[in-house]
Design a protein around this ligand. Structure first.
Ligand code: ATP
Ligand code: MG
Length: 586
């Protein structure tokens, strides 16, 4: 697909992979947008996130040099949507060195890729490096490498920790980064680089994970130094096509044309509205494909806000019938070859969007009327904002936005505060679901949870040692376990696995939990879910010496409590992922 541009998205992506393959990297798939069973984060916000266990020292099965494109979602960028460079959902290209190469390879490679593979002129590039502080030296090494590549010193800026120092948290791995900027101004790029001039757009961030920050405030060099890079796919694609933004590339343009068709309005004239709609629906499509559904708390609320905001803007452009599914149908073919989960979940995506749109359209027009009436006096109280939320399903952020647009006074802080309180209360009810993926922990779910650990280990022993958990879901009736494997299991294999689990159940093994650092847990060989991100301290559950797994529990005390294990179904879950459903009987 091409829209007068020079490089289509697929070619660009392939170029990145091929280039790093030529430097010894192996392509790995994107992790889910929604980290499963992880209460600490709502979404993956960077390519680094799902790779944390490997950056901390766990051996990656595919080696020390990896390359990928990771689906990311950033709610902090909500207010930027509509500009040229920020999307809610976006894709991050990354090359990774897990204790392998470092600055003197990583920097010249990114330069080579930009200038030789993508033919970007070095006259349009500028760079930042870390200026140093009392504990960490100025990153002269990176600056010198840039200079050695022919970059003038005026195009290198030294920046503080806020801008150019990455850390996982107060303690733990951290290090300086070097960022690559591109001149998007209409005039010739100035010789002197001013990183605060907005015509310079950040394209690529290269992090050199070098230090461990200790509790006492000191820093120690890491034993395993890593390189973690993040390049904005959308931003770079726009530049390659000499477009103002990615919206004018094949990542979005077919959908923009669809809206023009539905509204008989011009993108150029209603740019912000068009952009918000396509940005939000793209994000919603990917979120639903990765297992989110609209709700009033946490991930589901983010999804709801995205869909409802898109509908409000769509409505303002005159789309008064359901359109979100129409746009989703345009998006799916654009991305389907890269992210097969989109076609696999097509029905679900369309059903969820339609359901949400029906729900919201029921109250949208009445709600807008109520807003006009309530705000006639020029102000809106938090109680009124709350009424709009409860009676008309207006996410409070929408009411805040409407008030801003119409110059209505609203006590922003109070509204946000009250709404947060309300969400805390609703959240309590849903908290349990994060406890190891359990929706509620009654006796049956606890038993099934322990059985899941046994199944995981049995699969690894009987079928393949490379099997890793890719997801799990437990109800009081059954367990569901997803794992990587590239073909259907035979009936014989299934029978063997079933027998193995029952054999271990009958051994009456004791279940024990131990708290330890994530690093110790991974070093001890405890099973961790593939692609999941874990906190620094974790609980490891031991089932006798048969299975050990990082998990938040709860579990039974002895395997004898499980009764009899039975596999009821084995099927494909998505490309390369199998799914087993099993039950326990007495
Ligand atoms: P900016 O300051 O421009 O928002 P950032 O510092 O937040 O960027 P990083 O966290 O370093 O960006 O992310 C790595 C790369 O991902 C960036 O260099 C950029 O190309 C891209 N990127 C970051 N945020 C977004 C976004 N919201 N939409 C699209 N691309 C993004
Ligand atoms: Mg940012």
């Amino acid at each position: 697909m091409s829209f007068g541009g020079f490089v289509d998205a697929n070619t660009f992506r392939q170029k990145f992979f091929d280039f790093f393959k030529s430097k010894g990297h192996v392509v790995i798939p994107s992790a889910s947008l929604v980290p499963e069973n992880d209460p600490t984060v709502l979404f993956n916000t960077a390519g680094m996130q799902p790779l944390v266990p490997y950056l901390l020292g766990q051996k990656h099965p595919l080696g020390k040099r990896l390359v990928n494109i990771q689906k990311c979602l950033r709610t902090v960028d909500f207010d930027n949507i509509g500009d040229n460079t920020h999307h809610t959902f976006f894709m991050m290209l990354g090359n990774w060195s897990l204790g392998d190469y470092f600055k003197k390879e990583a920097i010249p490679w990114s330069f080579e890729f930009l200038t030789k593979q993508l033919n970007i002129s070095k006259e349009k590039l500028a760079f930042t490096v870390y200026q140093g502080d009392s504990k960490i030296p100025r990153d002269n090494e990176s600056a010198n490498i840039w200079l050695s590549l022919g970059i003038s010193k005026d195009r290198i800026a030294y920046m503080d920790a806020e801008n150019n120092f990455w850390s996982a948290g107060e303690t733990g791995p951290s290090g300086p980064d070097s960022e690559i900027f591109y001149w998007t101004g209409k005039s010739k790029a100035p010789n002197k680089f001013d990183p605060y001039d907005e015509n310079w757009v950040e394209l690529w961030n290269i992090v050199f994970m070098s230090y461990n920050r200790l509790k006492d405030g000191n820093v120690k060099e890491l034993e395993q130094k890593n390189v973690d890079t993040g390049m904005g796919f959308e931003r770079t694609l726009a530049i390659l096509n000499e477009k103002e933004s990615a919206y004018e590339t094949d990542l979005f343009y077919p959908v923009i044309l669809k809206i023009e068709e539905l509204t008989h309005k011009d993108y150029e004239k209603y740019k912000r509205e068009f952009r918000i709609i396509v940005d939000h629906i793209r994000a919603a499509v990917f979120l639903i494909a990765d297992g989110s559904v609209p709700s009033n708390v946490e991930r589901g609320y983010v999804l709801r806000r995205l869909i409802r905001r898109a509908i409000r803007f769509g409505n303002s452009l005159g789309m008064d019938k359901n359109f979100t599914q129409e746009l989703a149908k345009e998006f799916i073919p654009i991305y389907k070859d890269w992210f097969p989960e989109l076609s696999e979940n097509k029905d679900k995506i369309i059903t969820e969007l339609n359901k949400e749109e029906n729900k919201f359209r029921n109250t949208l027009v009445k709600g807008l009327k109520a807003f006009r009436k309530l705000s006639k006096k020029g102000t809106l109280s938090y109680k009124e904002a709350f009424l709009l939320y409860q009676s008309y399903g207006f996410p409070v952020e929408m009411t805040i936005e409407l008030a801003k647009e119409k110059n209505i006074n609203l006590d922003l802080e109070k509204v946000q505060q009250e709404f947060k309180k309300h969400q805390e209360v609703s959240k309590k009810g849903s908290k349990q679901k994060f406890k190891g993926g359990l929706s509620d922990s009654n006796e049956n779910t606890i038993r099934l949870h322990t059985a899941t650990h046994l199944l995981n280990e049995a699969l690894r022993r009987i079928v393949s040692a490379d099997i890793k958990q890719k997801g799990s879901n437990i109800t009081p009736e059954r367990l569901r376990f997803d794992f990587n494997y590239d073909r259907k299991l035979t009936n014989e294999e299934l029978k063997k696995v079933e027998n193995e689990v029952n054999r271990v159940i009958d051994l009456g093994l004791k279940v024990k939990k131990v708290e330890m650092s994530l690093k110790d847990a991974l070093n001890s060989g405890a099973q961790a879910e593939f692609g999941a991100r874990y906190p620094e301290r974790v609980t490891v559950y031991y089932i006798g010496d048969y299975s050990k797994e990082i998990c938040m529990g709860p579990h039974v005390k002895n395997t004898k409590e499980l009764g009899h294990f039975k596999i009821i179904k084995e099927e494909s879950s998505s490309a390369g992922i199998r799914r087993i459903k099993a039950i326990l009987t007495n």
